[in-house]
Design a protein. Structure first.
Lengths: 231, 231
């Protein structure tokens, strides 16, 4: 399909950036909240570190492997829908042509022009099926190599994000000191991360910065309150 | 746009089902892995419960609130891209018509027919912009009311999923008994959940069942190994 210069200027964040954002958003938030929550309930920074690292291992694997399988499922879903369209162009070609014509009519083209367009398009079967996949079903062909890269990117971003709130517990001896340092470095990291994420998406980086920090803060406060209630 | 009977038979899982799957997949996996990991490292089931509930609070808020903000960001992205298209149909209508014509040409329509189709479509400006949003940019209009429902569904599914692996720690007095019971009920829950999820997506429920259980098992084993190494 021809691409014009102008269309490409519309911003779409790359798949890699999206994966880093997915992994790091949760990685910064959940281990932070867990560590803060446990700080109010247990005596030893060692328990916080153990739980935090166990959480990072569990979360990164669950997100990475889960993302990998989801990407594979998407690819199979696309393949099976495509096979179905291929079958239908053989078994009920008139019906399929009528669907394409109706799609055009729905956008204000005359009946005659819509029929002509659908007929012309159906001469090249590959393009015809491509059109139906993308515009009738709204499905894009997934890149099969993406699944593994995506899984690794998400998992590593989760680990990188998760080590930020945990680092102070390795350094500080007292729970209070570690908790305060963890809150400080993580809120700073959430602000910076939210700012960068905001620049890549809606171009309102400052709002994104404080929103991201607020989500992390609320999650941590809730975890702290719950852990305090039990312990 | 006219919808034909036949198109609707293509299965697309509802947004609600998707949200339940997102929340429950992580809710069953991460608290399970964290509890299993801590079981190998601490003496008291109380610490496991505290950490587990803190994780459920943190994870459900991070996922729910994160999902809410992401949905709002999508809605804003759509609105800003739409405003841009509206502006362009006023400022550079010829360019925009040419883009639509090129899209048609890319799918095998003759130059004359493509131009005619683009000209006809541009007479109704609303439809013209709808067409460009959906078919040039691949953006669907997000439902503004979805954000809140989606956030709540994801968060509650996470809580529901997370309580499954934690329940045995409330019942059993010994760590070994609680861990074994947690593994048993959670693997069973993962198999059932994976089976149902598989029926809703690729129609290969048995493969989905064991894959989901394997992801949970690997995450739990990794968390267990790491916690054991530290403690």
């Amino acid at each position: 399909m021809p691409q014009t210069q102008h269309v490409e200027k519309h911003f779409t964040s790359s798949a890699m950036v999206r994966d880093i954002v997915i992994g790091m958003a949760d990685g910064l938030t959940v281990p932070f909240a867990l560590a803060a929550g446990l700080s109010g309930a247990v005596d030893s920074t060692r328990v916080v570190i153990t739980a935090g690292l166990a959480e990072i291992a569990a979360g990164s694997i669950a997100m990475g492997l889960g993302g990998y399988l989801a990407a594979r499922t998407d690819a199979e879903h696309y393949a099976s829908e495509r096979a179905r369209e291929v079958r239908e162009t053989i078994e009920i070609p008139e019906e399929e042509r009528r669907e394409v014509a109706e799609l055009f009519e729905g956008y204000g083209l005359s009946r005659a022009l819509s029929k002509q367009a659908a007929d012309d398009m159906s001469k090249d079967k590959r393009r015809w099926i491509d059109f139906m996949m993308r515009f009738e079903l709204g499905l894009e062909e997934p890149d099969p190599r993406r699944a593994r890269t995506s899984a690794l990117t998400i998992a590593l971003s989760y680990v990188a994000g998760g080590l930020v709130p945990l680092a102070p517990y390795f350094v500080f001896r007292t729970m209070g000191g570690a908790l305060r340092a963890s809150i400080a470095v993580t809120l700073l990291a959430l602000l910076v991360f939210g700012y960068i994420k905001g620049r890549f998406t809606v171009k309102r980086p400052f709002r994104s910065a404080w929103q991201t920090a607020v989500v992390g803060g609320i999650a941590a406060a809730a975890a702290f309150a719950i852990a305090k209630l039990i312990a």
